[in-house]
Ligand binder design. Structure first.
Ligand code: DHK
Length: 145
């Protein structure tokens, strides 16, 4: 039976492709979902792909993943740098967690250099553009295979 991974996206990522394309690129979130689905299929993984601008909704999705998912790929966007609550939720999840950032956050403003989520993440992708999602899904295939 195929395993399921949750791919979760935080605030403003619904505007991917329109929002600061010089930083986040021209691909849309729908493009990201399609590339994740294709990569996941090649590893016999199913995906649940979601985006929310609301911290509590992301936490609810992580709680749902506790019951339904073998792994979580998460781009918490700005909540990366602020949310102890998302860190606490991820700490209730038993499978692998991979943190993704489209941009190279360490090259940017100092407030983007700290990640609460990195205290839980098993791996971190930053600066690979949206290809970081594909690489994270491939790594999930490796970890869960
Ligand atoms: C996305 C955001 O929205 C920012 O708040 C983060 C991250 C970086 C990204 O690179 O995907 O600082």
């Amino acid at each position: 039976m195929s395993k399921t991974i949750y791919i979760l996206n935080g605030p403003n990522l619904n505007l991917l492709g329109k929002r600061q394309p010089e930083i986040y690129g021209k691909e849309t979130l729908e493009d990201v979902e399609a590339l994740c689905a294709a990569e996941a299929a090649s590893h016999d993984l199913d995906i649940v792909f979601a985006q929310s601008n609301h911290e509590g909704e992301i936490i609810d999705l992580i709680h749902e993943a506790r019951e339904k998912a073998a792994g979580i790929v998460i781009n918490p966007a700005a909540y990366t740098h602020t949310s102890v609550a998302i860190l606490d939720a991820l700490n209730t999840f038993e499978g692998p967690v991979i943190e993704v950032h489209i941009s190279q956050v360490h090259k940017r403003e100092a407030f983007r250099h700290h990640s609460y989520v990195s205290m839980r993440a098993d791996a971190v992708m930053a600066g690979f553009g949206v290809n970081g999602y594909r690489l994270a899904v491939a790594q999930m295939g490796h970890l869960l295979g």
